[in-house]
Design a binder for this molecule. Sequence first.
Ligand SMILES: Cc1cc2nc3c(=O)[nH]c(=O)nc-3n(C[C@H](O)[C@H](O)[C@H](O)COP(=O)(O)OP(=O)(O)OC[C@H]3O[C@@H](n4cnc5c(N)ncnc54)[C@H](O)[C@@H]3O)c2cc1C
Length: 476
Amino acid sequence: MHTPVAYLKQKLGELPCADALEQYQSWWETTGRGLSETIDRAGVPWLRQRNRFGERVDEVVMPEGYATLVHEGYKHGVVWRVIEQNDWLSSFLLGYVTAYYDPGLYCPHTVSLSTAVPLHKYGAPTLKERYLARMLRRDGEVWQGATWMTEAGGGSDLGANVKTVAVPDGDAYRLTGEKYFCSNVNADVAVVAARPHGAAEGVRGLALFLVPRFHEDGSLNYFIRRIKDKIGTRSVVTGEVDLQNSVGYLLGSADAGIYLILEVLNISRVANSIGSVALLQRALDEAESFARGRIAFGKPLSEQPLMRTQFTRWRATLDAAFALAWESARLLSEVGMQTPPYSPRYHLFRLLTHLAKYWTAEQAVQAAKWCMEVHGGAGVLAEFGVERLLREAMVLPIWEGGSHRQMLDALEVMQRRNAHTLLLEHLAPYAEPTTLNQWRERLETYLQQPPETQEAELETLIPPLAQWVGQLIARA
Ligand SMILES: Cc1cc2nc3c(=O)[nH]c(=O)nc-3n(C[C@H](O)[C@H](O)[C@H](O)COP(=O)(O)OP(=O)(O)OC[C@H]3O[C@@H](n4cnc5c(N)ncnc54)[C@H](O)[C@@H]3O)c2cc1C
């Protein structure tokens, strides 16, 4: 059986936090795997909404062992390495290991990172002292974050659908509204999109607020309405939240709010790409181990010519997906601390990130489905855990902005920032000049079409572009 760290070493050579990765992987093998299976089987966690005196407490009751499971990643540095050492790559490598064993569990780590970074970049010193310091702890007292943008009207069009309003109150704001998809709902602090009272309509009027779970006196700052029952990702609790005059602190300036919201989403999109690739590897490893052991027509499945061809193709897809995701992680480690107005490298990062989020998530779903097929009937049975991969994979193309959104945003950054030119320049050292020119002509011709045609035909452009970029970087 392959392991995640062995694959990472094979692709990257020396790893920046090799000892921590080995330790973390051993912990998963000895302890984490079992806990993760127990939590998946336990199903929906429950909400103790009131104590026995009838007071609201909104306590999320998780199965035994959950705290141990989620804390191990924080301890190893999925958040503190980025904030204290500006070491994004180690964080993503740890995320890769997490997602290989439990893709849903990478969500709490990711949203905590996506909370800590804007707090670090844009938070007032008092806020950092009060909240960030606790997110960097390496013990069981570590605080978790969450990123809540989506409301019931829909997540893609935030400008139209964020109805939460923020009213100034001294040096803070009071937020009122409903957040409909709140992952890591039991977090200690969240970043929340809201519209300051009187701000413009649309996305330009949105701002980002830091909202703690409790007031200083220990009373609830917002209420959890319910916990959602999901197909998978049971290692992260997703709920609905009522903000009722809840205290929030503005991050950065309200005018630049939409940029901050997109920064948060883009960090999570890189993590989603890394997690998708880890799931893809896991699916291939599981398929390979079964195919070696299952005999059909006199020899192992892995030696049947049709199966061999499929394995070869999937291994190449894994390498291309890894290369694409890793390139977007590498660029984030370069531009992640930039603030608006951004450099051209940031726009290149955005294009690569949309390509990576889109393509890796789609490949992960297909790989999980194929892994089930390789297992035949056993793949469908809950007792062998293969079906879990598909249940976990299904959300990857949806959250952090759906696949349509990624294609449309990739188009936008090409139209408005010429990011395709930046991408081709970035790839020039690795690409055949003829192929590079063919892509340049193809992209320029595409972008001269009427806007509606450009949107309508995106599936003829984005998937092959993402695949080409991934394959090219993988070969390089
Ligand atoms: C398990 C889970 C956890 C989540 N956790 C969080 C969280 O913690 N925080 C948070 O903010 N959100 C969270 N989300 C919400 C998620 O980000 C949204 O589901 C996602 O952004 C899509 O929004 P929507 O579901 O409202 O679909 P809609 O926006 O209604 O879109 C429906 C479909 O239309 C497509 N579409 C939209 N616009 C266009 C267009 N112009 N052209 C073509 N197609 C288009 C979309 O891609 C999608 O396929 C979570 C979702 C899930 C499932």
